[in-house]
Structure formats: structure tokens, C-alpha cells
Ligand binder design. Sequence first.
Ligand code: AMP
Length: 355
Amino acid sequence: MGQPVQDWLRDYDPGEITIATAASHSSLQIFHGARKEGFRTLALIAGDRDLRYYDAFPAAKPDRVLRLGSYHELVARAKELRDDNVVIVPHGSLIEYLGPKDFVHIEVPVYGNRDVLDWESDRDKEREWLEAAGITMPKQIADPKDIVEPVIVKYHGAKGGKGFFICRNYHEFKRRIQEDQAYTIQEFVLGTRYYLHYFHSPLEEEGYRLSRGSLQMLSIDRRDESNIDEANRLGSIKDLEEIGITPTFVVTGNIPMVIRESLLPEVFRMGEKVVEESYKRFGGLWGPFCLETVVTPDLEFKVFEISARIVAGTNPFIGGSPYTEMIAPGLSTGRRIAQDIKAAAAQGRLGEILS
Ligand code: AMP
């Protein structure tokens, strides 16, 4: 992509960085972590959305707010942000509001590798990357006529599981599908879901070492999805459909999880392979990322998705998780990001972790 991040950084004062993100998603956690590491913070917000909720959380409240007509204005206001030594920490909502095209071209240093977006947002490329890393993904069904077992149909670009549906055969598929949208059909994997929150820093030489830097697993959550996660209250999915209720997968919250210890070697093996493969393909995946998995009764992981940045599932752990307790007390993913930026600034290596 050739973003001239090195050019922009020439004018940066590494001791005066401001960490910015959009006021939503995991911004409280990102600002809280940034403040703990001594950074100034800036909330980006479009329109007149009420931000008084920040007053209720003084330890996370951003130092400043930049109100925009729309997030697209960030593109035109890049110089102003650079003059303020701003580093943007992206999260899923920022990318959704800004749109992947504007996000990739915004001329402000961004934490993480922007090139990953290309591989993450295209379901075929995502599968190519993860399978090359030795990850098992749910089977993909190319022709809906071949549906002979429960499948989940996912519309491309759909956010938060909206519009996804389960079906068991071609007849049910035809009844439900909206043909005007691109979709993928995946084997529905029955098991228990774990959303694994990793962190890879190319700068960190201690801990679980990779070919460069090291890998951490900071926390695990399970998403609470409405209405599928409470559907059994009314009976089977078939019962629901008979009374006109369709199961949906809209994320409404997150539940903290731990995984049985004997699965941890595989958790680390998967994270390691995904990172190593990312360096071969597009220059690396660093910072926080999440593998979204189902563990089958045979104790096998099937990974149905990767998120290549902080996920909202890390929010239950702003004060630390059972895993970060064994790394450093009170460590959140937001704080770990701030530590990485701080270490890079101190070592004159910001160009290695920003893009
Ligand atoms: P996604 O947008 O891919 O994260 O999927 C949204 C939700 O659908 C997930 O959080 C899971 O609850 C569910 N899901 C996605 N893919 C599968 C699958 N292959 N098997 C079972 N459940 C799935």
C-alpha cells in the first residue's frame, strides 16, 4: 500500500503522542489503558451523539473530543491530527463508520497493519490465509443444492450477525435467501463458542516467542447473541419457526470465559501460525486480534472468523482477566496497546507498529 507512515512520523514528537479512537465500541477501554500509560487521549465523534456517559467514568474520560459532521471528514483533517501527534487505534465501529476505503487511505498513523483489512474482509482470502496457517474452518458449501446438514448462511459485510440464518436443506434455503446480496454458506458447527483475544507484539522479546516478537493470550469471551442464545426458552428452532420467530445472531453483550487448561497449547499454536502466515502474506498482523472458535465435543477447534484488531469482547476485562493476572496485574487489551506504542516510541521504532 506504501502509506508514507515514516514520512509522517518524522514530524512526530514521540513523547507527546495523543491516542485517538471513535467514541464507541471499546473506546472506554482504549482511553483507560492509554491514560494508565500516560498518554493524552482524543475521542472522535460524528454528529451530535451524546457523550455525557464519559463523565460517569472519570478514569477513562478522553482529554478532548473532536466533533465531526461525519467520520469521512477525518480524511480531509488528517494534517490537523498529525500536527497534534495523533495515533489512531482502530476498532470495528471506527472502520464501519469510516468505511474500509477511507480507513485505508486516511493520512494519519494507525496502530496495526492496514493491509490486513484486505485479507480479513474478503471471506475467500480470509479462508486462504487461515487454512494456510493450518487452522480448521467450518466446511464451505459452494452450491446451495448440496445442503444436506444444518448450515449458517452469512451475508457479506453484514455486521454483528444481522440477517444470518440457519437452514437444513435447499428448500429452506430458497425460502429464506435474499438473492440480491452476496452470501457464504458454512457448515453450522455445534459446540461451545470461545472468542480468543490474542496480542502479538513484534517488539516484545519475553514470553511465548515467535520468529519475531512474542504472542500473548489476554482473555476469552463468549458473545451473547439475541435471540439465538435464549431461543431454547421457547423450544426448538423448529418450534420457534412454527410460531413465526426466526433465530438471529445480533451481538448484545459479552460474557467472560476461561477455557480448559489442556486446550491452551492448541490456542497458542493457532495464534502463532496465524501470525507467522500473516508475515508471509502481507507484512504481518500485530497488536490485538481475535479468533472466533467453536470447540466440538472431540475437543477440536473450528475457527469461523478472525478479527484483526481489538474486539468488544475484551471489555469485560478493563480491570484485567484471569490470564493477564499471570502477565501483569490490571492489564487490559487497551492498556497493552498503549504499552506497545509507548515501548515503540521509547525505542524509536514507531514505524514498525504503525501504518
Ligand atoms: P460471524 O459474523 O461470522 O462472527 O458470526 C456471527 C455469529 O454466528 C457467531 O458469533 C456465532 O454465534 C454464529 N456462527 C458463525 N459461524 C458459525 C458456524 N460455522 N457454526 C456455528 N455458529 C456460527
